[in-house]
Design a protein around this ligand. Structure first.
Ligand SMILES: Cc1cc2nc3c(=O)[nH]c(=O)nc-3n(C[C@H](O)[C@H](O)[C@H](O)COP(=O)(O)OP(=O)(O)OC[C@H]3O[C@@H](n4cnc5c(N)ncnc54)[C@H](O)[C@@H]3O)c2cc1C
Length: 457
């Protein structure tokens, strides 16, 4: 075992069990309330040692970075084994930045906010903007959870931006996929496989990421619109040559669209005007968010302390709203982008069903925050009782499924799991068979977070 891999006794000296990662581990599963070992590797060799040590000790493995998404997926089950935790936060280096090629090689535990700040010095960015609650995710954590934010509309998801990975498999094999060239078609694209696997397939140690220039300027339009009106406007917007970088909608305030624009400052006014004119043709009025102090390329301050009045501050607020507040239940629906009106109507109906279902039913508050241009809708629930929240989620899930979509519960109180399966309806049996075959081939002893993934994988 390398010096970076420590037993439980050694850990007590330098990595207290109450640090935020371990607290999240306990929240993730009753089965993980006690760890037999905790490893904090700082490089690939130590990461491999940690995985091998866990296997030799016959433990399951839970991997965590910032710990912001450990509750996503189902609660892992212990399968009768003790647990080892692998904390990725000591693997936090920007290994190499190649500005000319617009690529970077990073260790998985580097905080996304820090990477963005370092790249901003060269006027570049990793164009991924998931919510930053709780200190924000590590790059590896965002990738393994397939998390993204409003910018996914213009840059794609994180799976589109990770072009190479180095991963330690359960038996200690080091698997490399992709590389630093963007066009790379040799072999299986394992980068897509690890993305979204929630730590159930292997330990991603290094990533090669594709970068983009930081925009010179940004603008935003705020357009009051019900979900139904917003839906028909967005359909036209997507079919038009207009170039928005962000297309968001929220139910808060009776329904509001937020359209973001990024690019060269001299080109932005015409783009914004064209979209405002399109909105007027739909009977909508568009208001330009105050753009003072927003034209600053390289001004990459990844905090959310803005008062929300500038373009940047507004975009930050909208992004964070998707994660809710601590203690909220957060549920993600995925549909085609033109279903927003139906998704919101389904939520109203589900809310009525929940209101009549139990004494606390009428107290459930809901907000829908939608990446409307992508068809990704985050429902934030607070208040009421767990049973009523469960009714709402089940009813909404049933109706969204009828629209051809899916609903997955992300954040929730542990009690909700007694009423609602976080994954919901499984896909076609052949997909589950395929997923099982993948799990068998890379983790045959089921050590990595068994039970967390779809279908109990
Ligand atoms: C020298 C060179 C080096 C390259 N190196 C790389 C590299 O390292 N990495 C990388 O990712 N890419 C590389 N590429 C590019 C890559 O090879 C092509 O992008 C890829 O092969 C195109 O595949 P496609 O399926 O998109 O083809 P398409 O764009 O669909 O088609 C390509 C051409 O084939 C024709 N065609 C398609 N299907 C058929 C068919 N069934 N019957 C007859 N004609 C058909 C099309 O009409 C078109 O003319 C390289 C290309 C060249 C020329």
């Amino acid at each position: 075992m390398s010096p970076e891999s420590r037993t439980n006794d050694a850990r007590k000296n330098d990595v207290p069990v109450t640090d935020d990662g371990s607290a999240h581990l306990v929240a993730a599963s009753a089965a993980i309330s006690e760890l037999s070992a905790q490893h904090r590797p700082s490089d690939l060799a130590a990461a491999r040692d940690a995985v091998v040590a866990a296997r030799e000790a016959d433990t399951n493995v839970i991997i965590h970075g910032g710990g912001t998404k450990l509750t996503w997926g189902a609660r892992p089950d212990s399968t009768g084994r003790a647990w080892s935790a692998i904390d990725t936060r000591a693997m936090d280096a920007l290994i190499h930045h190649e500005p000319g090629d617009m690529t970077a090689i990073v260790q998985a535990g580097i905080p996304l906010a820090r990477l963005r700040a370092e790249l901003a010095v060269a006027g570049q960015q990793l164009a991924v903007d998931p919510p930053r609650r709780g200190g924000g995710p590590t790059v590896g954590g965002a990738y393994i959870a397939n998390d993204a934010g409003p910018l996914r509309f213009s840059y794609g998801g994180i799976r589109d931006l990770v072009i190479g990975t180095t991963t330690v498999l359960a038996d200690g094999t080091i698997s490399r996929s992709g590389g630093s060239v963007i066009k790379n078609v040799a072999g299986y694209d394992l980068n897509k496989l690890w993305c979204g696997s929630l730590g159930t397939l292997g330990l991603v140690v290094e990533l090669i990421v594709r970068l983009h220039p930081l925009p010179e300027a940004s603008r935003a339009l705020r357009i009051p619109a019900t979900a139904e009106t917003a839906s028909s406007f967005i359909a036209d917007l997507l079919a038009s040559p207009a170039e928005c970088s962000v297309v968001e909608w929220t139910s808060v305030g009776g329904g509001v669209l937020l359209l973001g624009f990024e690019g060269r400052s001299d080109g932005l006014p015409a783009r914004v005007d064209a979209v405002a004119a399109l909105a007027r043709r739909h009977g909508l009025s568009a208001e330009l968010v105050d753009d003072a102090d927003d034209d600053a390329a390289g001004d990459e301050d990844d905090t959310t302390g803005d008062d929300g009045s500038t373009t940047r501050g507004v975009l930050d607020h909208w992004r964070e709203a998707h994660a809710g507040r601590p203690g909220d239940t957060v549920v993600r629906a995925a549909t085609l982008p033109d279903r927003l009106g139906h998704v919101a109507a389904a939520l109203d109906q589900a809310g009525h069903a929940a209101a009549g279902s139990s004494p606390g039913g009428a107290d459930v508050e809901s907000e829908l925050h939608s990446h409307a241009g992508l068809g990704l809708h985050d429902l934030v629930l607070r208040g009421g009782d767990t049973a009523a929240q469960a009714v709402l989620v089940r009813e909404w899930r049933r109706r969204v499924a009828a629209l051809g979509g899916s609903v997955v519960v992300r954040e929730r109180p542990p009690e909700l799991d007694q009423h609602v399966d976080p994954w919901g309806q499984l896909g076609p049996a052949r997909l589950l068979d395929l997923s099982e075959a993948v799990k068998r081939s890379v983790d045959p002893e089921r050590r990595f977070a068994p039970g967390r993934f779809v279908g109990g994988l």
